[in-house]
Design a protein around this ligand. Structure first.
Ligand code: DOR
Length: 411
């Protein structure tokens, strides 16, 4: 029963038509999409014409657990993800201890299970302690992780990165490089230089590569050209690099927010289908750490409304494409049975109030981090409800758990 739900009267988002439909989820799986569906025994959620989308999948999130639970633990991170319309998140390895051995990944799985909200998929570190010197226990980590990354720091040692790509290829896991040479002041050059090396290594080893948070269209172009051989080369961009420019938001984040023309060219690359995924790089920090210069934005809750307001409402990107970048492609890259509204897929959906206008408010973040340059910004495309495998995990500002106001009604 927990994983059964009948959603009534949702607006089926589709590029070619505008339909009001019902969606039937049973045992956590989509069983039917149609009109006039009835099921006497199923719990009911009345969508009242809100827009139905496949729930979002985030390939790049930072929960700070273990190590920094005062910034975000796995429960608060999961709550924030649910509030942002996400049902699956891939969490980076820069915890303390670093996720460079199986016990840390096992701990993350256990804590996510206890939180019982969204699916949390750990990423293992490439190097031990993220020090860029010795490989992590990649083999021991393999059963618990889908990818390896030293995100936050570029792996500068070429021989180490070569061995990491060889190992990942043999274990059939993805490598997610954070492309940056720390000592090169020109950050665009530092990114392209490391991307060039990693594309070469991917070709040489046959390893699947997903480049984290690209920040210029030139970088995208390099990846697109390398992709022509048809191998598994993908890349992501963040909502803040697509929607903000330095003049509007001079906010510390890594890679840095660029000027308007760079941002515009990233949007163009995305609109032309050259970028595969939008990933949040959700990076919660305390106010004190931000003051000390910690890079990052707590962005998982604002990702969709920001992108919807700035790209869809302005006509720069159709909603159908946004869904591909936030749901379909990331689910495909991770090999999840989600990301589309298809019979037989996981019953993971999000209901949106497309005209739901709100102002980003520091006091209403579900994440422990409210470090965001968007505070005070008016946005549209409010997340109304999130459903994970047929279970309502978020509705109207409330997350499943204490004080959860269940909107399901008996038929
Ligand atoms: O801004 C960032 N913050 N970029 C990263 O790559 C790491 C992240 C963090 O962990 O805070």
């Amino acid at each position: 029963m927990k994983n059964d739900l009948l959603i009534k009267d949702a607006r089926l988002f589709h590029p070619d038509c505008d339909l009001i439909v019902d969606l039937h989820i049973e045992d956590g799986v989509i069983r039917a999409i149609g009109t006039g569906l009835r099921h006497a025994k199923l719990p009911l959620l009345c969508a009242d014409g809100r827009t139905l989308l496949p729930a979002f999948v985030d390939l790049h999130t930072h929960f700070r657990d273990p190590g920094y639970p005062h910034k975000e633990d796995i429960t608060t991170g999961s709550r924030a993800a649910a509030g942002g319309g996400y049902t699956a998140v891939s969490v980076m390895a820069n915890t303390d201890p670093v996720c460079d051995h199986p016990e840390v990944a096992e701990y993350m799985h256990r804590r996510a299970e206890e939180a019982g909200l969204v699916e949390v998929y750990p990423v293992g570190a490439i190097s031990r302690g993220l020090l860029g010197e010795k490989l992590s226990d990649m083999e021991g980590l393999a059963p618990y992780v889908w990818a390896y990354s030293d995100d936050g720091i570029g792996v500068e040692d070429d021989a180490l990165m070569l061995r990491a790509c060889q190992k990942a290829a043999s274990l059939d896991r993805v490598v997610i490089p954070h492309c940056e040479y720390a000592d090169i002041a020109d950050k665009g050059l530092a990114e392209r230089l490391m991307v060039a090396r990693d594309l070469l290594l991917a070709r040489h080893t046959g390893c699947r590569l997903h480049v984290a948070h690209v920040s210029t269209a030139e970088t995208v172009e390099m990846i697109v050209q390398a992709r022509e051989g048809g191998r598994g080369l993908t890349c992501e961009v963040t909502p803040h690099h697509l929607c903000l420019d330095r003049a509007e938001a001079d906010y510390t984040v890594n890679p840095p927010i660029a000027d308007r023309s760079t941002r515009d060219s990233l949007v163009q690359s995305l609109a032309e289908g050259r970028i595969d995924v939008i990933a949040t790089d959700h990076a919660p920090h305390t106010a004190a750490d931000k003051e000390r210069g910690a890079p990052g934005i707590s962005g998982i809750e604002t990702a969709f409304p920001l992108l919807y307001t700035r790209l869809v409402k302005t006509g720069l990107l159709p909603l159908a494409d946004l869904v591909r970048y936030m749901s379909t492609h990331p689910a495909r890259i991770m090999g999840l049975n989600k990301g589309e509204l298809r019979v037989g897929d996981d019953g993971d959906v999000v209901l949106i109030e497309e005209d739901g206008a709100f102002t980003v408010n520091e006091g209403t973040f579900l994440s422990m981090g409210s470090n965001s340059p968007l505070i005070g910004m008016p946005l549209q495309g409010k997340i109304w409800a999130t459903v994970h495998k047929g279970e309502l995990i978020y509705i109207d500002g409330k997350v499943k758990g204490r004080d959860f106001d269940d909107h399901r009604q008996a038929v």
